[in-house]
Write a protein that binds this ligand. Structure first.
Ligand code: AMP
Ligand code: GLY
Length: 423
């Protein structure tokens, strides 16, 4: 099979790394890829959101299967456009991707199928939003509608913070067009958990548990990022909880979407708050988590390509997934300044030494190869991932590899996995 992976982040490096091992993969392309992906796939310079360029390439190269990593091309209809050309792909249609692309759509869907989530209201002008804040009172959560790469969410402890969040999103337009509407939500106290299931329209196959750290600083302090690290398994997600998430969240959503005429195919990523009343939905994503995908791919024993193809074909009921019975953990190294302003172009050394360590894989995110050197080309730059018997051992190995990287312009959190380890 000729396979094309779309995207160029750490998640796509992990997907390419896993797909390249499949006996069914004869040739692997990645668009646009990065310096690390180039070791396992042929990188082609087409942007991840250049839908027409990607479709043309897939036709020209007679690609047999496309795996879409990020949300942007999914929401833009890449899978629909490929399907129209007879090219099967892993990922939801544009309609189904709205489960991530529009929080309003997602919230209405959950209400229709009585899936537990936070009470909410939508506003398209700041005055009405502020009146609602006064009426409900903090703590509240203010969210920009649309895609803001996981960063358009502000948890507000008091009313003044909530007012400032409205100004930031709607008046200062911090997230651009995503600030046309805001959603104001009830604050749900509890421990967060991520849940991933492969879905083929009607069947769902849960993956092993994983959890990320969204905040930029140690102790989960500071502004939210796309994710500064992740680990699997996540002890908060017990088998009992998995059963309850499948029954109360995943299956009602999948059945509802199928009945409404836009069945969900791809990976359904539920961000959940585990409250005293059970799991409640924070958000859905229509893609693998980044960086959760990195440790998940390291633990997966089965042929990932076969499972992804089954999602597109509707034959997921014939697939079982086998996992290594241990733990894996990724530490993200980012350019200093991220998630705010940062410079590109600094040189990274020590990648080979880190990658040569036992049970370690260095996944690249924002990197670029130039004249034999690897330079930083983004906010999140590397995902140093390690397997170990326990989360604590995987953490120790991952940080040993982090310490082999020589990159003064980079930084990472030093406490990835702390919740699982302290439990
Ligand atoms: P989201 O992108 O909607 O998952 O939000 C990003 C982060 O904000 C989540 O991972 C939570 O830490 C926090 N958050 C969002 N909504 C809520 C809520 N209703 N209650 C408590 N925390 C929330
Ligand atoms: N790690 C969070 C995300 O992928 O959205």
């Amino acid at each position: 099979m000729k396979v094309l992976v779309v995207g160029g982040g750490g998640r796509e490096h992990a997907l390419c790394w896993a797909i390249a091992r499949s006996p069914n993969c004869d040739q692997l392309y990645c668009a646009p890829g990065n310096a690390g992906i180039a070791d396992v796939a042929e990188c082609v310079a087409i942007a991840e959101d250049d839908v027409s360029g990607l479709v043309d390439f897939a036709r020209r190269k007679e690609i047999d299967f496309v795996v879409v990593g990020p949300e942007k091309p999914l929401v833009a209809g890449l899978v629909d456009r490929l399907k129209a050309q007879g090219i099967p792909a892993f990922g939801p249609s544009a309609q189904a991707a709205n489960i991530e692309g529009s929080k309003g759509y997602m919230k209405d869907l959950l209400a229709r199928y009585e899936v537990p989530t936070a009470e909410y209201a939508v506003f398209d002008e700041p005055e009405a939003a502020k009146e609602y804040i006064l009426r409900k009172g903090a703590p509240l959560v203010v969210k920009a509608d649309g895609l803001a790469a996981g960063k358009g969410v502000i948890v507000c402890r008091n009313n003044n913070e909530a007012f400032a969040a409205i100004d930031h999103i709607m008046i200062e337009r911090a997230f651009g067009e995503s600030g046309d509407e805001v959603i104001i939500e009830e604050f749900m106290p509890g421990e967060e958990a991520s849940f991933f299931a492969l879905v083929d329209g009607t069947h769902a196959l849960p993956l092993v548990s994983a959890q990320d750290h969204k905040a930029v600083g140690d102790g989960d302090e500071g502004p939210n990022t796309g994710g500064m690290g992740a680990y699997t398994p996540a002890p908060v997600v017990t088998q009992e909880l998995i059963d309850s998430i499948m029954e109360k969240v995943v299956m009602p959503v999948i059945q509802g979407m199928a009945e409404e005429g836009h069945p969900y195919k791809g990976v359904l990523y539920a961000g959940l708050m585990i409250t005293e009343q059970g799991p409640r939905v924070l958000e859905f994503n229509c893609r693998f988590g980044d960086p959760e995908c990195q440790p998940l791919m390291m633990r997966l024993k089965s042929d990932v390509l076969e499972a992804l193809v089954a999602c597109a074909e509707g034959s997921l009921d014939k697939v079982t997934l086998e996992w290594h019975d241990d733990a894996a953990l990724v530490v993200v190294m980012a350019t200093k300044g991220y998630p705010g302003y940062y410079e590109r172009g600094s040189e990274i050394r020590g990648l080979e030494a880190a990658g040569a360590m036992e049970d370690v894989v260095v996944f690249h995110a924002g990197t670029k190869a130039k004249g034999g050197k690897v330079t930083a080309n983004g906010g999140r730059v590397l995902g140093i991932t390690a397997r170990g018997a326990t989360v604590a051992e995987a953490q120790r190995k991952a940080y040993a590899a982090v310490d082999a990287i020589d990159w003064p312009e980079g930084f990472c959190r030093r406490d990835i996995g702390w919740r699982a380890i302290n439990r």
